[in-house]
Structure formats: C-alpha cells, structure tokens
Design a protein around this ligand. Structure first.
Ligand SMILES: Cc1cc2nc3c(=O)[nH]c(=O)nc-3n(C[C@H](O)[C@H](O)[C@H](O)COP(=O)(O)OP(=O)(O)OC[C@H]3O[C@@H](n4cnc5c(N)ncnc54)[C@H](O)[C@@H]3O)c2cc1C
Length: 338
C-alpha cells in the first residue's frame, strides 16, 4: 500500500556513505529517511564484498566490509533513521525546502533536502550470455558475489574473469572449494601484481587450474543443479569443466537510472558537485560518495565520509532556517543516548 512520510532529509542510497550521512545530519539535529533499491543496507560493501578486508578506513588497520556496515548502522542508530529498502527512488518533485521523493513501491516522502548517495547508481553484474543461465542463477549455482565463503565449502568452482575480483576470489576460495578453475580469455590478468603472483604460484603447485585463453560457452545440468561448464578457445575448440558452482566476475553494469532525469548537471554519468559543499546544480540537492564528481575526486569510502560532513553543514540552514550553526566537535556535542 502506498505510504506517506515526512522528514528533514531523504538520503538516496544506503551504502557506507549514505549511512554516515545519517550520522552527520543527526549531529546537526536533522532526521533522515534512507531509501535503497537493494533489500539490505550496505551498498557495494555488502552486495559485492562483505567478507573482504578493507585496509584504508582510518582507525581500523583492517576491517571486513560487512563489519564496517554493521558499525555504521550502529553509529547512525541514535538518530533514528527510517530505512525503505527494496525500493528505488524513481522521482524527485518540488523544490528546496519542499521536496517529495517517490519510490518504486509507491512510497512518498516529503522532505526539505535530498542527499544523493547512490554510488554508481543502480548497479548489477554483467551477466555472461549463456543459454538457460537463469535457472542456475535462481538455485545459486551461478552467483555474482560471494556472501559467505563457507557456503561454497567442498564445491567444484569455475571462476570466470581476469580482473581483481576473479583473482581475489580464486585466492579466497582456495582451501574452501574442492577444485578451482579460472577461465579467462587471455593469459594476462588485470589484477594487483602480488595477487596474480600468488595465483600463478597456486597454479604451478597444481592447486588451481588456469584455463586460458578460453571463454564460457555453455552450462550443463538439470533443475538448477550445475554439473559442468563448457568453455571454448578462440578457434572454437571446447573443454568440459566439471563444476557445481560458476562465479562470473565480468564487472559491474552501472546505470544512473532515474537520477539521470532529475535535471542535475552530470559528468560522465556521475553527478557534478561543488567540492566545498557537495551541492549539485539543483538547490537543496546534494550528492556524496562515489556518485559525486569534482576535480581530483577519489572514489574511496573515506572521501565519501568527509563529503557527508560538508553536505550536512551546508543543508543545515535549509532544515533549520534562521537557527545559527555553531561548528562543534563531536566530543563537545555528544551523541544522544551514548
Ligand atoms: C571489490 C571492491 C573492493 C573495494 N575496496 C575498497 C577499499 O578497500 N577501500 C575503499 O575506500 N573503497 C573500496 N571500494 C569502493 C567502495 O566500496 C565504494 O567507494 C563505496 O561503496 C561507495 O559508497 P557509496 O555509499 O557512495 O555507494 P555504494 O556503496 O555504491 O551504495 C550506493 C547505494 O545506492 C543505491 N541506489 C542507487 N540508485 C538508487 C536509487 N535511485 N534509489 C535507491 N537506491 C539507489 C544502490 O542500490 C546502492 O546500495 C571497493 C569496491 C569494490 C567493488
């Protein structure tokens, strides 16, 4: 049933940066509703690499991506964010101080300001064009991310691709899967040199098979249970790899989606912002995190965090007109309930 809500700020996207936006807004007495197309919060961190260690979050020498999201959720919780998951923000109407964000589920949220923290937009994996792949996707025999390594213990895995994800997961699933074959259309991998060196060492030791230069050709199996992956070389010669799991890592399909139609200045499919304030070209609409483009932008979680603080300070006057904003450290201001 269609629902109506009212809040100070609608945050579009519940990735790490959207979550931290809730905290920064909350510290300045502004409440948020957060909408995400995915069924869970966490953006790329949860959808793509929940068990991977991140090494460049200040204060954490190493932290798994899923753990970072749990901590960000906890940090935002005192400010009572309302999450609307499994729905996309499809339309933005109105003007600064009086917007309505509408979602694909018919939810309408009135708000004074909007922060777009939509990462690379609506994202999804590039799927290999293999006949009948849908049935194997449904059963989980073909998957585009590894949520829990343990789910794949003892499996015969074929990993397809030549980038960081393919190489990292071949290394990460070694010792978990019974066999691992890495299929790539050339013998050169586009991944971190140290990871490629480790992969080749495992291949030399007979622990991982490098199936190069080959491409995915067909899937064999019944009722969603995969039994083999057929690969072909450039001359069409085929090989049959026994497998009950296929992990294709062909990168992400990124689409700005409905945001492209909101009349904002765009830059190469990203939203152009003023780096001092995170303002977009539309008054009352800010953008932070991976989706925000400005000269020198680094698509890092830590850059996104800092952008949320600037956006919150810039939005304050719109949400609390006439109320002076004094810059305060969190140590001075404190957090409710903590
Ligand atoms: C394998 C991998 C490893 C990485 N390692 C690191 C690392 O070590 N250090 C680092 O700093 N960064 C790393 N990154 C990058 C990091 O994950 C991103 O910089 C970060 O996720 C960006 O956060 P975000 O909140 O801006 O966007 P995202 O995490 O992309 O989240 C955006 C969310 O917005 C949602 N969305 C989009 N459009 C809409 C809409 N219209 N309505 C509703 N919801 C919408 C999406 O569903 C998504 O959940 C890595 C990325 C990958 C893929």
């Amino acid at each position: 049933m269609a629902q109506r809500h009212e809040t100070d700020i609608v945050v579009v996207g519940a990735g790490p940066v959207g979550l931290f936006q809730v905290f920064e807004a909350g510290m300045l007495d502004m409440r948020c509703h957060v909408v995400d197309t995915l069924d869970a919060i966490g953006g790329q961190c949860v959808a793509l690499y929940p068990e991977k260690p991140i090494y460049d979050i200040p204060g954490y020498p190493v932290i798994e991506a899923g753990d970072l999201i749990r901590r960000l959720e906890r940090q935002a919780a005192p400010f009572g964010p309302v999450y609307h998951l499994g729905q996309q923000v499809v339309a933005l109407e109105g003007e600064a101080g009086a917007f309505t964000a509408r979602t694909s589920s018919g939810t309408a949220i009135s708000c004074k300001a909007v922060v777009i923290a939509a990462g690379c937009g609506a994202f999804g994996p590039n799927r290999p064009p293999l006949a009948g792949i849908e049935a194997f996707e449904e059963s989980g025999a073909v998957a585009y991310l590894v949520a829990r390594k343990e789910d794949h213990r003892g499996k015969k895995a074929v990993i397809a691709g030549g980038g960081d994800s393919a190489v990292d997961w071949a290394l990460g699933l070694h010792g978990v899967c019974e066999t691992i074959a890495v299929v790539h259309r050339r013998d050169r991998f586009r991944a971190a040199p140290e990871s490629v060196r480790r992969l080749r060492a495992l291949a030399d030791a007979g622990e991982v098979e490098l199936v190069v230069p080959y491409q995915l050709h067909a899937l064999e199996g019944e009722n969603g249970a995969l039994s083999a992956v057929v690969v072909a070389d450039l001359d069409g010669a085929r090989r049959r790899l026994e497998a009950d799991l296929l992990l294709p890592f062909y990168g992400l399909r990124m689409e700005l989606g409905p945001i492209a139609g909101w009349g904002l200045n765009l830059e190469k499919n990203l939203v152009a912002v003023d780096p001092a304030t995170s303002r977009t070209s539309a008054p009352g609409v800010h953008a932070v995190g991976d989706i925000a483009a400005y000269p020198g932008k680094l698509k890092l979680i830590l850059s996104g965090f800092s952008e949320t603080a600037m956006a919150a300070h810039d939005i304050h006057d719109l949400v609390h007109p006439g109320k002076p904003l004094r810059f305060e450290y969190s140590t001075t201001r404190g957090v409710p309930g903590i």
